[in-house]
Write a new protein. Structure first.
Length: 74
């Protein structure tokens, strides 16, 4: 188990879809962690994710992925 990074917020794993993905979500793709920096709405409920690296991923309505999301403090 790795020690927590100082100053970082705790994260939780969540299942995301095109309707629930958010900016800041970190998705593991091909062994690389990719952080969502922008979202573009596409026809038929799909979304195009823009990662900080500049890469793109299209999520269709039936796409399901697991993402790490910072927990919000109350």
């Amino acid at each position: 188990m790795r020690p927590p990074i100082a100053g970082s917020a705790p994260v939780t794993s969540v299942e995301i879809t095109a309707s629930t993905v958010q900016r800041g979500d970190v998705i593991q793709l091909g062994g690389c962690a990719c952080r969502v920096s922008d979202l573009l709405q596409l026809p038929h409920g799909a979304k195009q994710l823009v990662f900080e690296s500049g890469e793109l991923l299209t999520m269709h309505t039936r796409t399901r992925l697991v993402a790490a999301r910072p927990m919000r403090r109350r």
